[in-house]
Design a binder for this molecule. Structure first.
Ligand SMILES: [Mg+2]
Length: 175
């Protein structure tokens, strides 16, 4: 049984409802339109982190930021779990982390934790230790990568192309 299956089984047995503790976001292709930046791949391969800063947001910044602020006020943790560049060195990884944090600051995305992890890393590993299935806690993820969504199993995983992020958040916040 994976984590989410355990939560669901426990909730069914005890007539409880799973609660969303963490709201997690991928960045590239989910929040930030990295792939829409001209020459992004050539630039990343040349260890130039600026495409991460210049990417356009893929959402209405005001609406999402308002909802995330409400989520944080309500006690939800907002976490960014994003892969670093495929071509990596410790120095470049650090530049990418900084670039991604600058982007989050530009659009005033409130977040409680930032995980810049190795390309291909299992995203659930970033938060697993902070989750308690016996309390029926779940963590949802928005990620454009189907393989990442399939491997999540800490809670629901949403495709940001199919699901409207703000609509999902409004539902979770009971708005
Ligand atoms: Mg992505």
């Amino acid at each position: 049984m994976n984590y989410f299956e355990k939560v669901n089984a426990l909730c069914a047995l005890t007539d409880r409802t799973p609660t969303v503790k963490k709201i997690c976001f991928d960045m590239d292709g989910t929040l930030a339109d990295l792939y829409g930046v001209e020459n992004w791949l050539e630039m990343l391969r040349a260890s130039d982190p600026t495409p991460y800063i210049f990417a356009q947001p893929m959402f209405d910044p005001n609406e999402l930021v308002d909802l995330l602020n409400i989520a944080v006020e309500n006690g939800n943790e907002v976490e960014i779990i994003t892969w670093l560049s495929k071509d990596s060195t410790p120095e470049y990884d650090e530049m990418v982390r900084v670039a991604k944090k600058i982007w989050l600051e530009i659009f005033e995305i409130p977040y409680t934790a930032f995980h810049g992890v190795k390309y291909g890393a299992t995203k659930a590993d970033s938060i697993r230790k902070e989750m308690n299935w016996q309390e029926c806690e779940t963590a949802i993820l928005f990620d454009d990568n189907a393989k990442v969504r399939r491997g999540w199993h800490m809670g629901e995983a949403y495709d940001p192309v199919e699901s409207d992020i703000c609509e999902v958040l409004r539902e979770i916040l009971g708005m």
